[in-house]
Design a protein around this ligand. Sequence first.
Ligand code: CP
Length: 305
Amino acid sequence: MNFKNRDIISINDFSKQELLYILKVAKSMEKNPNPDLLKDKVLATLFFEPSTRTRLSFISAMEQLNGKVMGFTNIETTSVKKGESLWDTIKMVEAYSDSIAIRHPLEGAARLAAEASCKPVINAGDGANQHPTQTMLDLYTIQKVKGKLDNLSIGFLGDLKYGRTVHSLTIALSHFNPKFYFIAPAALQMPQTYLDELKEKKIKFVTESNLLKVSKKLDILYDTRIQKERFPDPVEYEKYKGVYKLDMSLLPHIKKDLKIMHPLPRVGEIDPSLDETDHAVYFEQAANGIPVRKALLVLVLGKVK
Ligand code: CP
């Protein structure tokens, strides 16, 4: 397996063996601090959209390995405002860095950046399309909290139409004989293209709008925010924004060992009273971004084979 100089754009580009190998390297990153592994390396973080977890965990992962970070979070301060193309921006940034993490509102922007750059590009989220590094930390979390990835019943709740984390994770988990429960109002259900792909792979799935009808069957409940910024019509967003809210009243309707995940940020869909229960793993999930992103950086920068 060779990850050196490899772009991380879509979860579809990774085999089951490669995903398991990344999780193995992440585990070793968590065990062994390896402080000088990225000493001479520079990561550029180009965030054309807001982020807390993804950007800061990339920075923290890089700095904990003694690498350096540069980049921007606000295009107002860049030459993009003067009309510079994404292609030209990337051509410049590749000259200043060893790897580029990019978040962009347009689907396909990370792929375009990878075509422009000779240095490895990491997709930190492209529109409603994919968020592959989130998926890898989600897999890492599931493996940790359930002790396995195989044969799990996984419910996805909320905005499955625009939720890129759901799209990527569904594809990755398809390697592990899951049963999926897609729980959303009809207008926010999983896009048909993903459902067709699951059918082709003979993966079992159910679509449902009522959480309580299926909640007792679940090993994992992966909750998501209704993605306000992706709705073309704000009136539609207002219609769906409070459609699901998880709180203590859910507890009689779930398995004792159900784990609740969420890519965060949450904006009202999980009541903080659940945070102290054994079900809540969303903060641990976000913290797992550090070993997983360390693993990805050392692999694509050729410091670990
Ligand atoms: N999970 C996630 O992508 O969070 P941020 O938008 O804060 O990076």
